[in-house]
Design a binder for this molecule. Structure first.
Ligand code: KIV
Ligand code: ZN
Length: 515
């Protein structure tokens, strides 16, 4: 075991996907996984294989597509989960099973309704079972930060004896505080007799905004794996953000006795890909990947930067992938150049994704917008609804009329199961009129929970990237749409969300649904 190596375990595709509405299709997961591989992420948790057929297929597809990172599937500490996880990662060059059970008194009593002795027995059996399928087994003590020390010592020692090579101590509910959470690691590592045979791992949630601090504190106290997500996506307030932990460790080498293998130049493109796929935009002041993260507004700062960059900058924007959105393509670019650029962004064309269709869309965009950046290509892909969702509702055309002091009117033409239909409506604003016209036709009954517009690149000819979050009977989806016309982008995003509502199969939640 290399004591200086900090393993980066990305769980964007599993815990990140547990953010309400952030579900991803198989192809989207593969695209993100390839970017993570490029970034040299050590372990990619691709999903929770038993949750649904879709999750199983996605873990399988990521296992087949990624060669350099270890691919992991989550599994509760029970046979059906472990067997399903094993099946899903079978094709991986290097595969891991991540099994877990809750160990805190509150979870054992109320959720599991099991004694601690039974929990320990189930954990040991689960690790033993998982080791029949792979040498790389991780065991998590769910809600570790609220678990009893003596019990954790017993269960950690026993699971390491069964062959768990990674012991993860999650702060499941985001309750930990850096001093206390960090110390939990050094105390456990000192107290468990066989602790030298495993890597200790952090997995922190951000309910108190401390996920990154807690993870880094754990590293200072002996943890050698951080579980994290791109953009800090994840259940509730999210997980520790990959870009923040990786850059903190790199920037403060005077403090951290470890190195990650992360190639930071891929951070910003990957962040954008995740934002566009999930429909969760990045706040402008977000560290590392927010639009303002390297923007110096005040005159004093600008003056300092011009005289000596390090006066106000601790990192270089280009080191994390800013400014790599160079002009890449235009209306005269050919099919081969377009294909090659997409491949650089981790998007390949085979079977399900037809290059022809994307190329036609590329040409249409290049006619409207002369400079095509990487972000435009990524948006084009999110807008090109891939294989997995059936296009029940398809945008055709629309007309919107707005006049000062008059209610806006929208007329929209869409295909519903290939039948061409048209409707009109007035609204409080043009977007409201469009959505009402769509509702006249679809009668979805969905509740609009969020509507947001972002410019994908700079300039007035930039594409608008719209996210529409809809909820119906407890199911939440995020539809995305991109177009140089933000009203068209809004209509597309709404229809995309409706398609997702129709098509998304229910899937089990690893920490809520019974075994
Ligand atoms: O937050 C948590 O405890 C988890 C485990 C399943 C690792 O996500
Ligand atoms: Zn979690």
């Amino acid at each position: 075991m290399n004591k200086d190596k900090l393993v980066i375990f990305d769980t964007t595709l599993r815990d990140g996907e547990q953010s309400p509405g952030a579900s991803m299709t198989k192809d989207e997961k593969v695209r993100i996984a390839k970017m993570l591989e490029k970034m040299n992420v050590d372990v990619i948790e691709a999903g929770f294989a038993i949750a649904s057929q879709g999750d199983f297929e996605a873990v399988k597809a990521v296992s087949a597509a990624v060669k350099d990172s270890t691919i992991c599937s989550l599994a509760r500490a029970v046979r059906p989960d472990i067997e399903r996880a094993a099946e899903a990662i079978k094709g991986a060059n290097s595969g891991r099973i991540h099994t877990f059970i809750a160990t805190s008194p509150i979870h054992m009593k109320y959720k599991l309704q099991m004694s601690s002795d039974l929990v320990l027995e189930q954990a040991v059996n689960a690790v033993k079972m998982a080791r029949n399928f792979t040498d790389d087994v991780e065991f998590s003590l769910e809600d570790a930060s609220r678990s009893e020390f003596e019990f954790m010592c017993r269960i950690i020692e026993a699971t390491i004896n069964e062959g768990a090579g990674t012991i993860n101590l999650p702060d499941t509910v985001g309750y930990g505080e850096p001093g206390e959470y960090g110390e939990m690691f050094s105390r456990l590592i000192a107290a468990v007799p066989n602790s030298d045979r495993a890597i200790f791992s952090t997995h922190c949630h951000n309910d108190l905004g401390l996920a990154v601090s807690n993870s880094l504190a754990a590293v200072l106290h002996g943890a050698r794996q951080i579980e994290c997500t791109i953009n800090g996506l994840g259940e509730r307030a999210g997980n520790a953000s990959l870009e923040e932990v990786a850059m903190a460790v790199r920037t403060r080498q005077d403090l951290f006795p470890v190195k990650t293998g992360i190639d930071a130049r891929h951070i910003v493109p990957t962040s954008r890909l995740v934002a566009s796929v999930t429909g969760f935009p990045v706040q402008p002041n977000k560290a590392i990947v927010g639009a303002n993260a390297f923007a110096h507004e005040s005159g004093i700062h600008q003056d300092g930067i011009l005289k000596h960059r390090e006066t106000y900058e601790i990192m270089k924007a280009e080191d994390v992938g800013w400014n790599t959105n160079k002009l890449v393509l235009g209306k005269h670019s050919g099919r081969a150049a377009v294909k090659a650029r997409f491949e650089d962004l981790g998007i390949t064309f085979d079977g399900a994704v037809a290059l022809n269709d994307v190329f036609v869309r590329f040409k249409a965009l290049a006619d409207k917008k002369h400079e095509i950046f990487d972000e435009d290509l990524q948006a084009l892909m999110s807008d090109t609804q891939l294989e997995t969702i059936e296009d029940i509702y398809k945008f055709q055309s629309m007309e919107v009329l707005t006049r000062t002091n008059e209610a806006p009117r929208a007329r929209i033409c869409i295909d519903i199961r290939r039948e061409h239909l048209e409707s009109q409506s007035e609204g409080d604003g043009p977007v409201d009129a469009i959505f009402k016209a769509i509702e006249n036709l679809t009668e979805s009954g969905a509740d609009l929970q969020l509507y947001s517009v972002n410019a994908i690149t700079q300039g007035t000819d930039s594409q608008g990237d719209v996210t529409v979050r809809l909820e119906r009977e407890g199911k939440i989806v995020n539809g995305v749409g991109a177009d140089t016309d933000i009203l068209a982008a809004s209509a597309k995003a709404y229809l995309h969300a409706l398609n997702l509502l129709e098509s998304h199969a229910n899937k089990a939640h690893p920490q809520r649904d019974g075994v």
